[in-house]
Design a protein around this ligand. Structure first.
Ligand SMILES: Nc1ncnc2c1ncn2[C@@H]1O[C@H](COP(=O)(O)OP(=O)(O)OP(=O)(O)O)[C@@H](O)[C@H]1O
Ligand SMILES: [Mg+2]
Length: 360
């Protein structure tokens, strides 16, 4: 889905794109009170792409709704390009686009075109440009031929494309994406990732929530993890390999018996598994770092073992995610035991406020 790039705009704000201080949100359902967010602080520089991870119910959608002015925080202050989210709703909506995954949030009886028009007007698109913008996003999302059909007849993927078209109609400078690839077929999901990448390259600030680590891995500069309404980790995406504790996994198979060396400590490598699968042996090793020692150890092993095949898989975000989750769990145990809100593991890199970041 080619998404049109944002035209030049006069930059008037050189502070952060997002500035959240102590954001809290409580829901009341009958007699029950649910605390969805507990004092979230988050600063995102202009042009940065932040991936937001967290288990179901962690508070990700609540935070996205607050940033898109659909929901008020119950405590704290929030600014988008310097505009207060509570008192300057109009300005925030003009600068922000939001895409929620899933089926909800659309007007079923209205057509796709009418839905886009409604949200365009609501979010401050000027009357004289609205028809043009609608044509543009309909074409970009591939919905032209069904534009005048009521949404109730749409498939899941068509609804998701419509959500994206609505999110793009303001040509936002801040794009909030809450599980944007949900319901898309693999081809469409990949096209959306490419389109988001283009927007990122053009300097759009993006907050991307996804349970698909592939989305985050491909697009985000930085990853934050929410757990039980709190931001419990904040890391550069490139540092994820450190979190996982290794840079790659090597799988080797060879003929005969596994080399003896695999039974002893090997510098730079950690032996995960050694198996005899007659007539072959198999070993899986974790490479701690791409240092000379690891290469020497690997070549020693390969020379000794009549190797038939060999593969290297670089570490993935998934491997580090487990570590992040462990961190969050330790934090939860700590707070429930002490009632404290301390989180002092050193993983929080305390994002610094400031001007636009340079793109990789
Ligand atoms: N309208 C609501 N009324 C009552 N409680 C709510 C409401 N919306 C969310 N919650 C609660 O707030 C908490 C955070 O929900 P939220 O939808 O923000 O989580 P999430 O991280 O987006 O989860 P998921 O990964 O499942 O989308 C949950 O405990 C949820 O039950
Ligand atoms: Mg959610």
């Amino acid at each position: 889905m080619p998404i049109r790039r944002r035209p030049e705009r006069v930059e008037t704000h050189d502070g952060p794109a997002i500035e959240l201080r102590g954001i809290g949100r409580t829901y009341r359902t009958g007699r029950e009170t649910v605390v969805a967010l507990r004092g979230v602080d988050l600063v995102v520089k202009q042009g940065q792409v932040v991936g937001m991870l967290g288990r179901n119910g962690a508070g990700k959608t609540t935070l996205t709704k607050i940033l898109s002015t659909l929901l008020l925080p119950t405590s704290g202050t929030a600014r988008v390009f310097g505009h207060d989210l509570v008192s300057e709703v109009r300005a925030v909506r003009q600068l922000t686009g939001v895409v929620f995954g899933g089926d909800r949030g659309l007007y079923e009886r209205l057509t796709a075109r009418e839905n886009i028009q409604f949200f365009a007007m609501l979010n401050g698109v000027a009357r004289r440009t609205v028809a043009h913008r609608i044509r543009e996003v309909l074409a970009d999302s591939g919905l032209e031929t069904v534009a005048d059909r009521p949404v109730e007849s749409f498939s899941k993927g068509m609804r998701q494309r419509l959500h994206i078209a609505i999110g793009m109609v303001t040509r936002p400078r801040l794009l909030l994406l809450d599980e944007p690839t949900v319901g898309l077929d693999p081809v469409e999901a990949e096209r959306l990732r490419t389109a988001i990448g283009q927007l990122r390259d053009d300097g759009t600030t993006i907050l991307l929530t996804s349970h698909y680590l592939l989305d985050i891995e491909r697009l985000a500069d930085r990853v934050v993890l929410l757990a039980q309404g709190r931001l419990v980790a904040d890391v550069e995406t490139s540092r994820f390999t450190e979190l996982a504790g290794h840079v790659a996994t090597v799988t080797v198979r060879g003929r005969g018996l596994a080399p003896e060396a695999l039974r002893r400590p090997i510098p730079g490598l950690v032996v995960d598994v050694v198996k005899q699968e007659d007539p072959l042996w198999m070993a899986r090793l974790r490479v701690e770092g791409w240092a000379v020692g690891s290469f020497t150890s690997l070549s020693g092993l390969l020379g000794a073992g009549d190797v038939v095949d060999f593969s290297i898989a670089p570490v993935r975000l998934e491997d580090a995610y487990t570590e992040l989750e462990n961190l969050a769990r330790r934090w939860a145990t700590h707070t429930s035991a002490t009632g404290a809100a301390e989180y002092g593991t050193g993983w929080n890199t305390a994002a610094d406020a400031g001007g636009p970041v340079e793109r990789r």
